[in-house]
Design a protein around this ligand. Structure first.
Ligand SMILES: Cc1cc2nc3c(=O)[nH]c(=O)nc-3n(C[C@H](O)[C@H](O)[C@H](O)COP(=O)(O)OP(=O)(O)OC[C@H]3O[C@@H](n4cnc5c(N)ncnc54)[C@H](O)[C@@H]3O)c2cc1C
Length: 605
């Protein structure tokens, strides 16, 4: 059977052409192996292109005191200590080198007056740390990585959706998918596969994520035998657009607040000063005057509370709106117009000026924006080995947003782009090493391929199947109502029941028409992945009987010390979800001492 399919042999197959996938492919190609990258849309369209604010790396160009230790500590603090400490260490140590390499490959960063890569402040980072290109950093990153990928002669399979991983026993043997342009199947035989498929924002209705982010990597990994960790932690970015409805959820970069934007309620109050959490008291809570000094460039002052971590700001906005102090379209106001000159805003935030002018007919150099939290990022993901990014499935690697561990309970802005570069690079090297060490391709099981192809074709044959669009809309409503920002046991239990019902219906979807560019057909596989991811989120959230980082339980409003170093790992056992309560790896001695000293300092300040 597999012989009649369009078949490609690639030592290393990378699924996903965002920052993580392209970094991984370039690094794998440094070994003596053949490498190919598959992506659902066109090369250059991945999510990474939308990243605005910047790449976090302790280059120390603007704040010479910055170093990997400070970046490590900020990442751990932002993640409420749940981060895998080794991943946080590697990330902090290797980010500067990866940014410099990107520059060597041609990335043109904004500059300081003395010609170094400029760095801007962002929430939760104690120093100005984000290397950036205006508010179009992701575009420059993808342009550079894409040029390098093409220059290295790496094969790219565009508009090609992978749907299944193929196994030989318990090791990976390749992947199966369909060409989007004619719907014909494609089979990859590979010695190593790297999943770099990005996030799962399409689980929620209000999201900054595009149509491509349907948890494909999470679902494929789970079915292949890998585990998902930290799935309770979905990041709702505090500032998504609320109006017009057609663009609800579109991101308003944290760069606006980094550049001095302030949040106001309908009573013109700068409400964030009322929401500084106890845990931060003394270290972050400044006076308005002090915050103003910080905005004016005095880095000895403390930053404004608008730059508290995203979980804190998102909850504060939600509380203001719930208390009836919202803006006309149900958000709050974000004002930069009265804080910075028109020229400054146009220079530093050109994409935001354009976005609001084109989408909302608002001139942000004159008027405030209306904003409300939007589902933005998945902290959890596939469990990987910190050194190699290998999953529990031999030969299967994961990097970028689809992988878990680095960010713990909450990701700091800018730490995703650096994550992609650092761990994409590591995954590429490890996968390349594995493939180099293998003489032959693992065998493919023809019967398995036939069964998987039949399951792909099934939606065309069902007469009374479920409409995948209606199912997707229902899923988004269920996730928003029962597994949203504010959670409790009743809601989560109802949510799980509803999701289990959706899962049954998702296995029975139907479509019609041709196989060429048929979004209804694609939706049939995507919605299954999304429901599976939704179930993983809901189960992990129900088990986590505390509030920590991005996970807020109304019935358990405080963090629970017992859960401080606990993660819930989700896997499939006999097709059913299994949840294991496990310890987060302990930090090595030097890191532990650094963490203790950092916390101690805060208590005495
Ligand atoms: C609007 C916005 C602004 C952001 N700004 C920042 C920022 O300033 N700084 C920061 O650090 N982070 C930012 N982020 C987060 C960051 O951009 C993402 O987390 C990151 O780009 C994810 O990169 P990735 O390589 O993991 O995946 P992506 O860039 O999401 O790429 C995933 C790739 O996988 C492919 N794919 C998915 N499924 C399949 C499949 N089944 N078959 C084949 N291919 C598949 C897709 O086609 C795509 O090529 C932002 C996110 C958004 C949405």
């Amino acid at each position: 059977m597999s012989e009649s399919i369009d078949t490609h042999e690639l030592d290393v197959l990378v699924i996903g052409a965002g920052g993580a996938g392209l970094s991984a492919a370039i690094s794998a190609a440094e070994r003596d192996v053949s490498v190919g990258v598959v992506c659902k849309s066109l090369l250059g369209k991945a999510h990474t292109v939308m990243a605005e604010g910047g790449i976090a790396a302790a280059l120390g160009n603007v704040a010479p005191a910055d170093d990997w230790k400070s970046h490590f500590l900020d990442t751990m603090k932002g993640g409420w200590g749940l981060n895998d400490p080794r991943m946080a260490e590697i990330h902090a140590k290797e980010s500067p080198e990866r940014v410099r390499t990107l520059q060597e490959w041609g990335a043109l960063f904004d500059r300081t007056d003395d010609g170094k890569i400029s760095q801007r402040p962002f929430g939760g980072h104690r120093y100005d740390r984000l290397a950036h290109v205006g508010d179009r950093t992701g575009l420059e990153m993808i342009r550079t990585l894409q040029d390098k990928t093409v220059a290295e002669g790496i094969d790219v399979y565009q508009e090609c959706t992978t749907t299944h991983l193929l196994l030989d026993g318990d090791q990976v043997a390749g992947a199966l998918g369909v060409w989007r342009d004619d719907g014909s199947p494609i089979l990859f035989r590979s010695k190593a596969v790297i999943l770099a498929t990005g996030g799962l924002g399409q689980c929620y209705r209000i999201t900054s994520n595009s149509w491509e982010y349907t948890a494909d990597g999470h679902a494929m990994a789970l079915r292949a035998g890998a585990a998902l960790v930290d799935m309770a932690f979905v990041q709702f970015h505090p500032t998504g657009m609320v109006w017009p409805k057609s663009v609800q959820g579109t991101l308003v970069t944290e760069g606006v607040r980094g550049e001095g934007g302030i949040l106001l309620n309908s009573e013109d109050e700068r409400f964030m000063f009322d929401y500084v959490p106890d845990a931060y008291e003394g270290s972050v809570a400044p006076t308005v005057e002090e915050a103003d000094r910080w905005v004016a460039g005095d880095r000895d002052a403390r930053p404004p509370p608008e730059l508290l971590t995203r979980d804190v700001v998102a909850r504060a906005i939600l509380s203001e709106v719930s208390a009836g102090r919202g803006s006309p379209h149900g958000g709050v106001f974000l004002d930069i117009a009265n804080q910075r000159s028109t020229e400054y805003i146009q220079e530093k935030l050109p994409a935001m000026v354009h976005q609001f002018r084109e989408l909302a007919e608002i001139d942000i150099t004159e008027d405030p924006m209306e904003v409300f939290p939007t589902c933005h990022y998945m902290m959890g993901g596939i469990r990987v080995d910190p050194e190699t990014q290998e999953t529990a499935v031999p030969g299967l690697y994961a990097s970028g947003e689809v992988a878990g561990g680095l960010h713990g309970a909450n990701r700091l802005g800018g730490n995703s782009l650096s994550d992609l570069l650092v761990f994409g690079n590591r995954a590429g090297h490890a996968a390349g090493d594995r493939a180099e060490g293998m003489d032959t391709f693992p065998p493919i099981d023809d019967e398995d391929v036939t069964n998987k192809l039949n399951s792909l074709e099934a939606p065309f044959e069902r007469e009374d199947g479920t409409d995948p669009y209606a199912l997707h809309a229902e899923l988004q409503t269920v996730m928003e109502e029962y597994v949203g920002i504010m959670r409790d046991d009743d809601r989560l239990t109802t949510g799980i029941e509803r999701l289990e019902d959706l899962a049954e219906r998702a296995a029975n979807t139907a479509t019609d028409g041709s196989r060429a560019y048929n979004p209804g057909w694609e939706k049939c596989f995507a919605v299954r992945h999304l429901v599976e991811a939704g179930l993983a989120i809901a189960h992990a959230a129900r088990e986590r009987t505390e509030s920590r980082g991005a996970h807020t339980r109304i019935d358990y409003p405080e963090p629970d010390e017992e859960l401080e170093r606990v993660e819930f790992a989700i896997s499939l056992v006999g097709g059913e979800i299994d949840i294991a309560r496990e310890a987060v790896p302990a930090p090595r001695e030097e890191l532990r001492e650094m963490l203790q000293a950092d916390t101690g300092e805060e208590e005495t300040q």
